[in-house]
Design a protein. Structure first.
Length: 246
């Protein structure tokens, strides 16, 4: 099977875009310039994934823990989000990208969350690529909000306690309407998940690279996809069983 055959292209890629601050610091620049440079890498990743036929791309842009960074860095990131919404949504829409923000949007100031919701509504009917941007997102928050939704259904008499199983919880977890995450990438050299998707990566292939996010280009994405294509995903079975199943 060549590496471009559809079975070898991950349907859903999730990326922890880490290393912006270090990219800037190595150049003796303020960290916020690293975040700005990171935006270019986002643009390239979206375009390249769309061209390679990836169906969904989920990017970790701001974690629930990142609020604890110095005020000026949080402020710079918020400004960057506002600017990016202004400058990118036209192109995304033109290219058929459907943009979804995942995370607790209510923590953002009213204007920013309204813009996020407007961008989602505007691109809702696009089908070329699902682009999910995780902001004020935490994997534990995601599981907790799903549990809360189910508990609400039970309290209203719409579901029974016995109905609560993996499938029921999974229906309330973010990204449930999209293919499962096949490939989880983290740039920046750290080998950890940092409270990004937890439930969703149960069977994802993990790929870690030292490349800092602003340096992560189309060739680097191809290298990750190639590594994915060489993996044998057994889902608990044996290699022999997989060969029989073909
Ligand atoms: C990731 O880059 C972007 C955000 C967390 C918003 P970092 O800002 O964490 O960059 P490093 O890890 O300090 O280099
Ligand atoms: C994870 O990176 C969050 C994002 C990339 C948005 P962090 O830089 O915040 O993670 P830690 O602190 O290294 O775990
Ligand atoms: Mg970091």
């Amino acid at each position: 099977m060549d590496s471009d055959s559809p079975a070898r292209i991950p349907r859903h890629i999730a990326i922890v875009m880490d290393g912006n601050g270090r990219w800037a610091q190595r150049r003796l620049l303020p960290r916020k310039l690293g975040h700005r440079e990171g935006q270019k890498a986002v643009r390239a990743a979206v375009e390249h994934c769309r061209q390679r036929g990836v169906e969904a791309l989920t990017l970790f842009a701001f974690s629930s823990e990142n609020w604890s960074r110095p005020d000026d860095e949080v402020g710079a990131l918020m400004q960057l989000f506002v600017k990016a919404l202004d400058s990118e949504v036209d192109d995304l829409d033109k290219n058929g990208v459907r943009l979804t923000f995942v995370g607790d949007l209510d923590r953002f100031d009213g204007e920013l969350s309204a813009r996020m919701r407007a961008a989602m509504a505007r691109t809702e009917r696009n089908t070329a690529l699902r682009l999910n941007v995780a902001v004020n997102y935490g994997g534990r928050w995601d599981i907790a909000q799903a549990a809360r939704a189910l508990a609400g259904a039970v309290a209203r008499g719409e579901a029974k306690v016995e109905d609560i199983d993996e499938a029921a919880l999974g229906r309330h977890i973010c990204l449930t309407d999209q293919p499962p995450v096949d490939l989880f990438i983290r740039t920046g050299g750290e080998v950890r998940v940092s409270n990004f998707l937890l439930w969703q990566i149960a069977y994802a292939e993990l790929y870690f690279t030292d490349a800092l996010w602003p340096d992560f280009d189309a060739a680097a994405i191809d290298a990750a996809i190639d590594a994915y294509a060489r993996r044998e995903r057994r889902f608990g079975l044996t290699s022999a069983q997989l060969r029989v199943a073909g």
